[in-house]
Design a protein around this ligand. Structure first.
Ligand SMILES: *Cc1c(COP(=O)(O)O)cnc(C)c1O
Length: 434
């Protein structure tokens, strides 16, 4: 679009003026009170070469997802109904659930978290939130906002909750709802005893809500087999779709609680019983983000084509190779191995080097985006979806090593790249042998 198409023609201006001037007696130049701003076209803002998105999300999207995201169809009707039917069927596979109660959410992962919390909790509901960091804290905050009676079990940084501590907290607080994160993206901790924690909570009669935003489809999580009541995820992390359309699955027990609640729901867009109208009855709730739903359809279809088993293996192989490359550079991995998350890798920096300086430099000089972390002294590299491709790993380890060196730090760059290569080749040899 060229500039002239944006400007009113003289005839338009005159017409406007005659109405506005009659009303206000204004001069032609001020026919509109707020003047048109001067803006640059997007080409002037976006980088010439796309950045490689290796941060904690959003992550690169496959071509099929990008293509679907450019299509707009009617949000109601047969075509959309078929798309929704398939999205739910594929989501059940990815969540590993036979539950009927799978819904999409227009909004970020946080909106799906809020749908879970606000439909299951209301004033006086006892909620226990197991807090490992920034994101698991968010669920406690959401529960407080709906008036729930929230207790938190604060887990020290870089540790996981012990089963004894969880059992003690549950016995003490007798919660109706327990919230927990599968992988805490902020400090890169993996709650590897999730299954056992769910068992303890279920035995005490609580419903368990699991935030799997960064982990779903990157590592095993079996909603039904593990007895989880609600799993939520976003689009732009493990699933490698666009941000803005998320997924949630409720167990039968959780759905019964949603259905039977008598306390009014203060949310309208996030009311699961209203959302059911669109996601299960092909009716209208609000206009669904059709393009984003189509993109999510393609992202899920690619997961199905790859299969969960192979996808988990790819994520593990790539993340472990990245970790060995980073360690061989001479940088410290932030989280101890026994609770280290593979989906997002936390990396310590040489003293006096700030995450901000590293992120800015690697982006500007090497066109690779990585992330800091809410005040922690680390940078984070994502290993979700399309981030887990070998060529992306080489480029990222190289760019990180060069960046640290450019900023005056010491790294062994050849050793880092060699360790990455060795780890990847060893994994290939192992699969051949198997
Ligand atoms: C990113 C993330 C969220 C929040 O997702 P948004 O899409 O930013 O709202 C919540 N939980 C975890 C574990 C995450 O990684």
């Amino acid at each position: 679009m060229n500039d002239t198409t944006l400007r009113p023609t003289p005839a338009d201006t005159e017409r406007h003026f005659s109405v506005a001037a009659a009303a206000a007696g204004a001069a032609p130049e001020s026919a509109v009170a707020v003047p048109c701003p001067e803006v640059e076209p997007l080409d002037g803002i976006l980088p010439d070469e796309p950045l490689l998105m290796m941060g904690a999300g959003p992550v690169p999207i496959p071509a099929a997802v990008a293509k679907a995201n450019s299509v707009v169809i009617n949000h109601l009707g047969d075509t959309m109904a078929r798309v929704i039917h398939q999205v739910k069927a594929m989501a059940r596979y990815v969540f590993q659930t036979r539950s009927n109660w799978v819904l999409g959410v227009a909004g970020p992962g946080s909106a799906a978290m809020e749908m879970a919390v606000s439909n299951l909790a209301w004033p006086g509901t006892r909620v226990l939130s197991i807090v490992n960091g920034f994101f698991s804290h968010r669920m406690a905050e959401m529960a407080r906002r709906v008036g729930a009676d929230v207790e938190t079990l604060a887990v020290p940084d870089r540790e996981i909750a012990s089963l004894e501590a969880v059992a003690e907290a549950i016995a003490r607080t007798r919660p109706a709802i327990v919230t927990i994160v599968h992988g805490e993206t902020s400090n890169t901790v993996w709650n590897r005893q999730l299954r056992e924690i769910v068992q303890i909570a279920k035995a005490a009669g609580a419903l368990v809500v699991v935030d799997a935003v960064c982990t779903l489809s990157t590592m095993p999580l079996d909603m039904d087999a593990w007895g989880i009541d609600v799993v939520i995820t976003g689009g732009q992390k493990g699933l490698s779709s666009i941000p803005g359309v998320s997924l949630i699955a409720f167990s039968d027990a959780a759905w019964a609680r949603v259905r039977e609640r008598t306390a009014p729901n203060t949310h309208w867009c996030l009311d699961a019983t209203l959302a059911e109208n669109f996601w299960h009855k092909a009716g209208y709730h609000y206009t669904a983000p059709v393009s984003g739903v189509l993109a999510l359809h393609e992202a899920l279809r690619l997961v199905c084509m790859e299969t969960l088993e192979k996808r988990f293996a790819r994520h593990q192989r790539c993340s472990l190779a990245l970790q060995s490359g980073v360690a061989a550079l001479g940088l410290a991995l932030y989280t101890p191995e026994d609770c280290r998350l593979n989906s997002v890798v936390g990396i310590g920096l040489p003293e006096e080097m700030t995450p901000r300086a590293v992120c800015d430099h690697i982006s500007q000089q090497y066109q690779v985006e990585i992330a800091g972390s809410f005040g922690l002294p680390i940078v984070r590299i994502g290993q979700m979806g399309e981030q887990c491709r070998e060529h992306n790993l080489f480029r990222t380890v190289h760019a990180l090593g060069r960046t640290i060196r450019d900023l005056g730090g010491k790294v062994d760059l050849p050793a880092g790249v060699a360790a990455l290569e060795e780890s990847l080749s060893a994994a290939v040899r192992e699969t051949r042998r198997a």
